[in-house]
Design a protein around this ligand. Structure first.
Ligand SMILES: [Ca+2]
Ligand SMILES: [Ca+2]
Length: 177
């Protein structure tokens, strides 16, 4: 091997080392980017999981409030037992509290925080509100709303958290024909 050949081999090795070092830096940069992307995906997944858990908890709580109110409504008479029943609260029944409500349609238009019938606040009800709609429906076509007595009433309870609807519960009550 001549001196010139030895020198060229030495130059070649040095260049290869430089190229190898260059690749290492590029690879390191790519690895950093990949790790950053994976970290972002992982954090987004954790965030989505927390959001899903929160939504499930809100739905569960909303269902409890809706079921408590619907159960109360379904225990009432189909129609007021007094001499002059009207659709909505009768004249001797308050429109703001449910204490004197004694028939299903008394609840039409009622809204407020989740409470027992006597007005006692339910536990963990801060931020929650509820509203009720009662409508006459066609007995043979329950999705059809009527403006006169049909002997069938559809009750809709909407439960909201921070004014965002979480649960809607629907039940039908018919008269004892
Ligand atoms: Ca009534
Ligand atoms: Ca009544």
């Amino acid at each position: 091997m001549t001196g010139m050949t030895r020198m060229r081999n030495s130059e070649f090795k040095t260049r290869n080392l430089a190229v190898a070092a260059g690749f290492t830096i590029v690879e390191a940069a790519i690895s950093t980017i990949i790790v950053a992307v994976m970290l972002t995906v992982a954090l987004n997944t954790v965030g989505a999981s927390r959001l899903t858990q929160r939504r499930a908890a809100l739905t569960s709580r909303g269902c409890q409030f809706a079921e408590i109110l619907m159960s109360e409504i379904l225990q009432q008479n189909y129609q007021d037992p007094g001499a002059n029943p009207v659709f909505g609260p009768e004249s001797d029944e308050s429109t703001t509290t449910r204490a004197a409500f004694d028939d299903v349609d008394d609840y039409n238009g009622w809204s407020g925080a989740p409470t027992a019938k006597d007005g006692t606040a339910l536990p963990n009800s801060a931020g929650w509100t509820q509203s009720v709609t009662v409508e006459w429906i066609d007995r043979l076509s329950p999705s059809t709303v009527r403006t006169t007595e049909t002997n069938a009433k559809r009750i809709t309870v909407v439960t909201k958290y921070n004014n965002v609807p979480q649960v809607t519960l629907v039940a039908i009550r018919t008269s004892a024909l």
